[in-house]
Design a protein around this ligand. Sequence first.
Ligand SMILES: C[S@@+](CC[C@H](N)C(=O)[O-])C[C@H]1O[C@@H](n2cnc3c(N)ncnc32)[C@H](O)[C@@H]1O
Length: 442
Amino acid sequence: MIRTQRLAATTVERVVSGASLTTVLQETWRSHSGLSDQQRGAIQDLSYGVLRFYGQLDILLGLLLNKPLKDQSLRYLLLVGLYQLQYSKTAPHVVVDSAVSASCSPSIDGRNSRNMLDPRHAKSIGGLVNAILRNFLRKRPALLEKTAATEVGRYSHPQWWIDKLRAQYPSRYQAVLETANIRPPMALRVNQRRTNVEAYQKLLHNAGLNARRPENEWTEEALELFHPVPVEKLPGFGQGLVSVQDVAAQMAAPLLCPQSGMRVLDACAAPGGKSAHLLELTDLELTAVDNDGERLERLKQNFTRLGLKPYRIIHGDATHPGEWWDGRPFDRILADAPCSASGVVRRHPDIKWLRRESDLAQFAEIQRKTLDALWQTLVKGGKLLYVTCSIFAEENGLQVESFLNHHPDARLLPFSVPEIVEGQLLPDLHHDGFFYALLEKL
Ligand SMILES: C[S@@+](CC[C@H](N)C(=O)[O-])C[C@H]1O[C@@H](n2cnc3c(N)ncnc32)[C@H](O)[C@@H]1O
């Protein structure tokens, strides 16, 4: 466990310094190729867990320290230890002993080598780690109460994020914040070109995996697994029977109401989840555009796995359609714009610590440019579905309001889904947070 604690600590440290969790983990797997599946799973669990509760753990650690720690790697190791003591099933003495050993053994990445050179220093660091973690165990109820007296400690989100949600959703912000710290379910989209929900549910059952239809009736193809598993364990995954996709994300394709033979543009398409769903539903002349070449490769792999054939895949910029558009207007456009991703924090707990409040204005500007540019490529009478996985009004309701003010030839169409309130679907235990606006060109 020493190694997993250390690597998780390094991972969290790098994320808090500005790197994305997915990127850091990928680099860790590459540079530590000898890790077993179990070790990888443990490092991943610890890193996700610490980031989920980073606000609370950071305040707890502050209460346990007499003065701030200079050694940052030690600080992150202690956060990992506190997370394990509070949230994991590992026996407390195992967590503490392992953290003590991890703190005074030579670092995996070489940064702690001075401890190895000076045994007295190593001993005093080990003693400090032991004292802090045992102090937490002794004084846990009082410390937790003190931590929960602050909003950051209670909700483990940055204060600006909490303030914004409180202002925008006065009666629902607490539930939204609490839900964001709960592990998400694993939702599947059954490829109706290859099988159907009932048949796939049986396949899952035969493989010892149980799944249910989601309570809402938003999409016909969704299943929710009782227990998440790696995709390789899903029967027929490689043969394209199924994809992993949140239930709320599965609303996009039906909301766009595509009809057979239509010219459809997915302008921010990679890695292709919503494009693939569109093609699974209907025969379309689908153009998939994205400005990220690597993500487009993943889109191509997904289409191949699912047996789907788009009309064109274009490495291009949605804000400059003149560079790739053939001039024939589209009947339907999906604009799943880049956004803060504040609605998918359960799946990506790093997001809440990486985002700055000032990022919202930048996202809103890219979204505005994307909408303005794509509108020119839509046929009269055609529909554009604007989507974000954000829960902030700046990227959602306010963005669409401003668009409608500047485009007299646009009309906002209503949805018949009661959970979508003014376009916003807030996250809950069963799905992520999304925003949807269906605009018709008059
Ligand atoms: C929310 S993700 C799309 C997810 C995708 N629709 C799906 O369901 O799998 C947003 C995408 O927009 C792409 N993007 C960002 N800016 C873009 C631009 N100016 N032009 C085209 N694509 C862009 C990003 O590379 C990213 O893949």
